[in-house]
Every structure is written in structure tokens, then in C-alpha cells.
Design a protein. Structure first.
Ligand SMILES: Cc1cc2nc3c(=O)[nH]c(=O)nc-3n(C[C@H](O)[C@H](O)[C@H](O)COP(=O)(O)O)c2cc1C
Length: 160
């Protein structure tokens, strides 16, 4: 389905946490919790915006390939999973195994059986958030370690 066809409050859902999951070019799969992001229309396409700090293990994978999935669970479900995947790194853990997340892959997209909604996305543009571009300098308090997010603008390929 398209974004315009789903009855889905993206802002409300991502604020509660979603899983950004990537299969890299070696076939390795990792997932991390994200709660910052948005969606809308850009360049005539339905897109979503994802923000990943370069310190994340997932970051290297997002740089390696173009296709990611964003998984949303039913309200109140998989809270432990979202917490684990938002505090532990794929450098040290097989988070998918440890969280008992069963999945299938579809054209490189990872789809968790327990997800209520999965958005398949393809990155089409990326750049770092830049210190000098902040108009409200108070927001720089989010970057005490200079780990400025990379923003990925991703075309929404399918929502299921
Ligand atoms: C609720 C929640 C939301 C998060 N949102 C983001 C996010 O939007 N972007 C980001 O870079 N990290 C975010 N994080 C932090 C990563 O999920 C966390 O650092 C994770 O351990 C990275 O895993 P990785 O090293 O396997 O990539 C969030 C963490 C939590 C708990």
C-alpha cells in the first residue's frame, strides 16, 4: 500500500519506537530502535526521513545498502524488544536472535512476523545534520559528542 492509502499515524507510532532493520551486502542483518523520523512528500515521491548517528553499528550498514525496513508493533507490544534494540549494539549482540524475532526476507527487506506495519524504504538522499546550520543553537545540546545524525531521505516502496 501507499502512504496515502493507509490509516496510520506515523508520528504517533514512531514516537513510541520502531525497528530500523538492514541486511547488508554480506547478508548480515541488524536492527536498532528509532523514534525520530517523519514522512511526507518530496520530489513527487512518498518518503520518510530517518536519522542515524554515525556511532551506531547500523550506520555502516545503512551506508552499505539502500534498502531498509521500518517495523512498527501494536501499541504496548514488544516493549522489551524496543528497549533492548535501543540500548544494545549489533557489534556485541545478535539482537534479532536474542529477542526471538522471527522474520522473512523479501528482496532484501526484513519483515518481522510480529510487526503490525512494515514500511519498505529505499534511500534516495542522505546528508549529515550540520552544526553551522542550526538556527536554534539550543538544539546543539543533542550533540555533546559531535555525533551529528545522518539523515536518510527514503522513498516508501511499500507499506504492509
Ligand atoms: C526509544 C529509542 C529511540 C532511539 N532512536 C534513535 C534514532 O532515531 N536514531 C539513532 O541514531 N539512535 C536511536 N536510538 C539509539 C539506538 O537505537 C541505539 O544506540 C542502538 O543500540 C544502536 O544499535 P546498533 O549499534 O546495533 O546500531 C534510540 C534508542 C531508543 C531506546
Amino acid at each position: 500500500m501507499k502512504l496515502s492509502e493507509v490509516n496510520f499515524n506515523f508520528a504517533q507510532k514512531i514516537n513510541k519506537g520502531a525497528l530500523l532493520t538492514v541486511q547488508d551486502s554480506c547478508g548480515r542483518i541488524n536492527t536498532m530502535t528509532v523514534s525520530w523520523g517523519g514522512c511526507g512528500i518530496l520530489w513527487g515521491k512518498e518518503v520518510c526521513f530517518i536519522y542515524v548517528r554515525p556511532t551506531r553499528f547500523t550506520y555502516k550498514m545503512c551506508e552499505d545498502v539502500c534498502d531498509f525496513s521500518l517495523s512498527f508493533f501494536k501499541e504496548g507490544e514488544r516493549k522489551d524488544t524496543l528497549s533492548f534494540c535501543g540500548t544494545k549494539s549489533g557489534r556485541d549482540h545478535d539482537k534479532i536472535k536474542e529477542c526471538n524475532l522471527s522474520y522473512k526476507t523479501d528482496d532484501g527487506y526484513v519483515i518481522f512476523d510480529d510487526a503490525e506495519i512494515t514500511i519498505k524504504v529505499r534511500k534516495i538522499y542522505s546528508d549529515f545534520i550540520k552544526e553551522e546550520c542550526f538556527i536554534d543553537k539550543n538544539l546543539l545540546s543533542n550533540y555533546k559528542n559531535n555525533d551529528f545524525h545522518k539523515v536518510y531521505v527514503c522513498e516508501i516502496i511499500d507499506i504492509q
